[in-house]
Design a binder for this molecule. Structure first.
Ligand SMILES: Cc1ncc(COP(=O)(O)O)c(C=O)c1O
Length: 416
């Protein structure tokens, strides 16, 4: 085992609380390097000391290995990115992690890493719209069978190479029992997109997942200023991902890796605060006359399997609700918020609100959207770090604006 893999294995103290590990993960060699902040290596090429041994070194990188010594070229390896990968692997209780330019680049690399005769995917809806689109469109040469969480075993075929679930699901915040799906997969690898949860809320490998994917663009970075994607898994699967990354070049830039790694240290405190605000907002929304239904795992009706407290350490900070009046009311609401930003993405310091059927899930065919709950009434909120009373005041005034208009529209319609 090389020095990097050795460091991965022994780094991080599993006895420490996850809050502590989030602060120190991936930073174990810094004292030895004589620095305190994460070093950023921007080299695109590296001096080769001598030609003897270099071809073997290149081959080792190109086949997804982590040899000691010269990195040769930045598409093969970058130490700043490597430290972020080590950190995320520690937090996910994985042997390894492989980082990419975005969540979609990570998912693409995973699909490309599947053997040529294993390009059938079983997937559970809803998924993030972009992921759904890549699978449905066959863009990367895959075919897909959509299944319910308890119908995964039945949907498997001899050429199934991957099972894909998200939990909590984007955008309905529905929960999937990871262990129950894993039990149906047999030898087929299971990918859990854990972007909504983060390793603070759940660690899917402990429940039987093979791969854990994060759009690091979201909570991991946490400040809306760096794009990235990362997959945690065992070393064998990581080799396949690295080999695809070397070949296709969907690299995470070291400056992005620096920002994403720095974000991990505050992840537990951000999640704690955002999650408690989300619980407050969920309960207040439930009481509002313009709200038909609220989706947040803290509400018993949203967690019938009791996964919060077993699979999840907490309910997380993403929530959604159905607005009375559908698209028109949603349009008015989104036009009236002043503190909440009308924008896609999530997991940032500030609160973001959006209409999934129009934006994040627009690329999914309308009938498929409707069938998995991504209908025109649905509004999604990523709760940020603002004080929950201020967030509620803004939501309440925006709901009132939407309500006044909805009522007057109904009035005109009824009497006009
Ligand atoms: C759950 C989930 N997975 C994957 C992605 C894709 O990530 P990225 O936008 O970083 O490519 C997103 C993006 O919104 C997402 O919400």
């Amino acid at each position: 085992m090389n020095a990097y893999a050795e460091a991965m294995k022994h780094s991080g103290n599993a006895l420490h609380h996850p809050d502590t590990r989030a602060v120190h993960a991936g930073r174990h060699e810094l004292t030895q390097l004589g620095v305190h902040a994460l070093p950023i290596d921007l080299s695109t090429t590296y001096p080769v000391a001598e030609l003897d041994g270099a071809p073997e070194q290149l081959e080792a990188w190109a086949t997804g290995g982590q040899p000691d010594g010269c990195a040769i070229y930045a598409r093969l390896h970058n130490p700043t990115v490597g430290r972020f990968e080590q950190a995320l692997a520690e937090l996910e209780h994985a042997e390894a992690a492989v980082a990419f330019a975005s969540g979609m680049a990570a998912f693409t690399a995973l699909l490309l890493s599947l053997p040529g005769d294993r390009r059938h995917i079983v997937a559970v809806r809803p998924l993030y719209g972009g992921t759904d689109h890549v699978l449905s469109s066959g863009l990367l040469g895959c075919t897909v069978t959509w299944a319910e969480p308890d119908g995964v075993a039945e949907a498997l075929q001899p050429d199934t190479g991957l099972v894909v679930v998200e939990t909590p699901q984007n955008p309905t915040v529905g929960l999937v029992d990871i262990a129950a799906v894993a039990a149906q997969c047999g030898t087929v690898p299971l990918l859990v997109d854990s972007t909504f949860a983060t390793p603070v809320v759940q660690t899917p490998i402990r429940h039987g997942a093979t791969y854990v994917l994060h759009s690091a663009t979201k909570f991991l970075g946490g400040h809306g200023d760096a794009m990235g994607g990362i997959i945690a898994c065992d070393e064998e699967h990581a080799r396949g991902l690295r080999a695809v990354r070397v070949a296709t070049g969907g690299l995470l830039h070291p400056l992005g890796a620096y920002h994403l790694h720095r974000g991990l240290a505050t992840l537990p405190v951000r999640i704690e605060r955002m999650q408690s605000s989300a619980m407050i907002l969920a309960r207040r929304l439930l009481e509002h006359e313009l709200v038909e239904r609220v989706y947040h795992p803290s509400l018993p009706e949203c967690d019938p399997q009791g996964l919060v407290g077993t699979q999840m350490y907490g309910p997380g900070s993403m929530l959604a609700f159905d607005i009375v009046g559908g698209y028109d009311a949603a349009r008015l609401l989104l036009g009236a918020t002043q503190l909440l930003t009308h924008a896609v993405s999530l997991g940032s310091t500030d609160t973001l609100i959006q209409h999934p059927a129009s934006l994040t899930h627009r690329v999914v065919e309308a009938t498929s959207r409707d069938a998995c709950g991504v209908h025109d009434r649905l509004v999604r909120i990523s709760v940020g770090l603002e004080h929950p009373d201020d967030l509620w005041a803004d939501l309440e005034q925006a709901l009132s604006a939407a309500s006044l208009h909805s009522v007057s529209a109904t009035h005109v319609h009824t009497h006009g």
